[in-house]
Ligand binder design. Structure first.
Ligand SMILES: CSC[C@H]1O[C@H](OP(=O)(O)O)[C@H](O)[C@@H]1O
Length: 347
């Protein structure tokens, strides 16, 4: 059986602007925004209108290519100085997902040996488009490998949104569910709501329901009870940065799920492209963890739920130590065991 499945996309290049699906408005409104200037791109990434490690990288790449089109210089040296400045500006939008830096630096490298401004402008657009096209294929391959770990009828828990709208298409942790749907394999997904920004409740449920994937929403504090009573077979999550030793930064709450998976003796999988692996970062302790505005914790959908003036701690990510990860699934296959060696061998 090969079913046609609706899989949403969140970023589109339109020559004079970038169109993004405003992920802050989902699921109540399907709003598309046109990003015409570099400051729009920075703001869209910072405010999570576009989010998810690969989607951030793709949008930033288009943003840098777009900015470069307006440089008024014939000097390639001046052009590259302006490009570096804009690269650094976009790189300051969010600190944890390494795909942002990977994509921006890939654009810089693409023009390293280019000596004419016109050629550099065309090359940058071409490179950004390649990043998006490649990410779609990479996510499909991650999905194929991840699907080989599941069997018909399995119930799988996930957190945040590592889905199609967090990437070029298919997603990372959610990719196997789209492929299973296409192939007629029944998998049941349990989506953890993911406080404070509710990517699980708002985005994962939205995109999986659109595709007809069986999804059940739980609040974050229901995870242990759900694993126990629903017979969850595995946990699968995405990643924002995987250190050289396999320690993995992902949405806050992921570490807790990994500990639960160990306690219940079920596998805990991380699904991510090679662009999320950062061999320059030795261990999880070296990964910068973004701390976001207190409003995200004290308010839900603009309504205050905590007393005025309360102290707040709002880390957006946590780090799961490598020993809690059963396997890391990339486009090149599934790796287990000694991550330091296996990850290095991927490159
Ligand atoms: C496909 S990676 C998705 C990744 O992005 C998330 O973070 P955010 O919503 O803050 O951009 C999260 O950690 C997910 O696993």
């Amino acid at each position: 059986m090969n079913e046609t499945v609706t899989i949403p996309r969140s970023v589109e290049w339109n020559e004079t602007h970038i169109t993004i699906l405003n992920q802050q408005k989902l699921p109540l409104e399907t709003e598309y925004l046109e990003l015409k200037e570099i400051k729009d791109v920075w703001e869209a990434i910072f405010s999570l209108k576009v989010r998810g490690a690969p989607a951030i990288g793709i949008t930033a790449a288009y943003g840098l290519a777009l900015a470069a089109q307006s440089y008024q210089t014939e000097s390639i040296i001046k052009f590259k100085q302006l490009l570096q400045k804009d690269r650094d500006y976009l790189a300051s939008s969010r600190p944890t997902a390494v795909n942002l830096f990977w994509a921006l630096d890939r654009l810089l490298s693409s023009v390293e040996n280019v000596s004419s401004v016109n050629e550099a402008k065309t090359t940058l657009i071409h490179e950004a488009i390649c990043i998006q096209i490649e990410d779609e294929e990479v996510c499909r391959q991650i999905g194929e490998h991840a699907l080989s770990l599941f069997k018909d009828g399995d119930k799988i828990l996930t957190i945040c949104n590592a889905g199609s709208i967090a990437t070029a298409k298919y997603g990372t942790a959610l990719a196997p569910f789209y492929l299973a749907k296409e192939k007629g394999i029944e998998l049941k997904v349990f989506a953890s709501e993911t406080r404070p920004v509710l990517q699980g409740a708002r985005l994962t449920t939205w995109e999986l329901m659109k595709a007809g994937v069986d999804v059940t929403l739980i609040t974050d504090n229901m995870a242990a009870q759900t694993i126990l009573t629903k017979g969850i077979n595995a946990v699968i999550v995405g990643a924002d940065r995987i250190a050289a030793n396999g320690d993995t930064a992902n949405k806050i709450g992921t570490f807790g799920l990994a500990l639960l998976a160990k306690a219940f003796n079920i596998p805990f999988y991380v699904a991510a492209p090679l662009s999320t692996i950062d061999l320059k970062t030795n261990t999880g302790a070296d990964i910068p963890i973004e701390e976001r505005n207190a409003d995200e914790v004290t308010h839900i959908s603009g309504t205050r739920i905590a007393p005025e003036g309360v102290k707040v701690y709002n880390p957006a990510f946590d780090v799961t130590p490598n020993e809690l990860i059963t396997a890391i699934i990339t486009e090149k296959g599934i790796i287990r065991g000694n991550y330091t060696e296996a990850l290095a061998n991927l490159f």
